[in-house]
Design a protein around this ligand. Structure first.
Ligand SMILES: *Cc1c(COP(=O)(O)O)cnc(C)c1O
Length: 389
């Protein structure tokens, strides 16, 4: 199979597009409105999953458009052949507006001075689609008052090349079960919407957490990231999930060397691990340069259906595990995912690293090839090291 020839190292991530499709369909069913437009958030290489492959699968599963953080990410998707609407959620540079126009990418308008600057750069035949960003309490980018919104709206209407396509805001606490702050933000957004002369085509405010928990934040479009990847926006939301979510990302390696060591023998840099009795050790070709960072020392992986701890310091390209029994090289090792009755979830890794699940697939670096699974079978491999351009 072609897929097997596209990388030459026994470490890979599997991206299960069947799970992605199921998650999207379940979320769409939960929203239960045919008019609702769903934007799949594929910023940061689709949270580390692979932007083009996720975008294609998400569009096939019925999402309306895509959202990214930066203009480069949007252009990359267009170059990959994506024709669906794309919105850049973050700030773009005013001097790059013609690029957005050329590639038919919608940008975020978050400040009147930026808009004035943008209009100076825009070529006469260019057309720029804009979504106004309201900062209702996130404190990141956006306009903060109804007054400012009125000014921005009339400025956009005064420039014929501008099209006011959307308006949106973003919640700081949608993943917390206490709604006080979210309600305040939603109230502010509604107040701002009320001063518009005309509502644009897209009005949106929900991220995954708000999509799953708060129907009154849906308006007519939603932006779904983490839930599409099968991850719960927060631990407290696990209790109230209205739809099942299936993890899309898993991570594997193979034993490339095994040996029996004697009591007193030591393992890895600093010789910090010492065998207390005879013990089998396996080496796997993944290390901190792959995003499998040193703090994961002690984390368990699954080999031969059993949990086995990483022992000694994690090196740049390799680490060692204590094996439950003598095993041969070539044995599959599951770092994230299921093997038999055992599973290591992304949430478990996030817990070990004292961070949120969002961060985990994002930090698995481009050196790790991604294998895409469809209908239960591998269909494509991406390997940034071997891809041209
Ligand atoms: C990243 C992002 C999202 C997606 O958030 P999830 O919690 O992953 O669903 C939505 N909106 C904005 C503005 C974002 O930056």
């Amino acid at each position: 199979m072609e897929a097997e020839t596209q990388f030459f190292r026994d470490t890979w991530a599997e991206i299960n597009l069947d799970h992605l499709t199921d998650n999207i369909k379940n979320i769409k069913r939960h929203i239960a409105s045919d008019e609702m437009k769903m934007f799949a958030v594929v910023k940061a290489n689709a949270y580390g999953h692979g932007d083009l492959q996720v975008a294609e699968a998400a569009l096939e599963a019925g999402v309306h458009g895509l959202a990214v953080a930066f203009l480069d990410e949007a252009v990359s998707l267009r170059k990959g052949g994506i024709e669906a609407p794309i919105l850049v959620l973050g700030a773009s540079r005013a001097q790059d507006v013609n690029l957005a126009s050329d590639y038919n990418v919608s940008l975020t308008a978050f400040d009147l001075d930026w808009l004035k600057e943008a209009s100076k750069h825009l070529k006469p035949d260019a057309r720029l689609k804009l979504h106004i960003k309201c900062d209702t309490g996130m404190g990141r980018i956006g306009i903060r008052s109804a007054d400012e919104l009125k000014k921005i709206e009339s400025y956009i209407h005064s420039i014929s090349q501008f099209e006011m396509e959307g308006i949106f805001t973003h919640y700081a606490t949608a993943d917390e079960l206490d709604d006080t702050y979210l309600e305040r933000q939603l109230g502010k957004f509604n107040e701002m919407l009320a001063v518009l002369d005309e509502r644009p085509e897209y009005v949106h405010s929900s991220n995954s957490a708000a999509v799953l928990r708060k129907p009154d934040t849906h308006f007519n479009a939603v932006r779904v990231g983490i839930a599409m990847y099968g991850l719960t926006p927060s631990q407290e939301m696990k209790e109230v999930l209205p739809v099942p979510l299936k993890e899309v990302f898993s991570l594997y390696s193979r034993l490339i060397h095994t040996k029996e060591i004697k009591a007193g023998d030591k393992i890895s840099y600093g010789a910090t691990y010492e065998a207390s009795e005879n013990e089998w050790i396996g080496t796997i070709p993944i290390g901190y340069a792959d995003g499998w960072i040193r703090k994961l020392q002690g984390q368990e992986v699954i080999v031969d259906g059993k949990r086995s701890p990483i022992v000694g310091r994690i090196c740049m390209d390799q680490c060692m595990i204590s094996l439950p029994l003598p095993l041969k090289t070539g044995e599959k090792v599951t770092l994230i995912g299921r093997d038999g009755n055992e599973a290591v979830t992304i949430d478990e890794i996030a817990g070990k690293l004292e961070t949120i699940n969002y961060e985990i697939p994002c930090i698995i670096s481009a050196r790790v090839p991604r294998i895409y699974i469809r209908d239960g079978k591998p269909v494509k491999v991406t390997n940034k090291l071997l891809s041209s351009g």
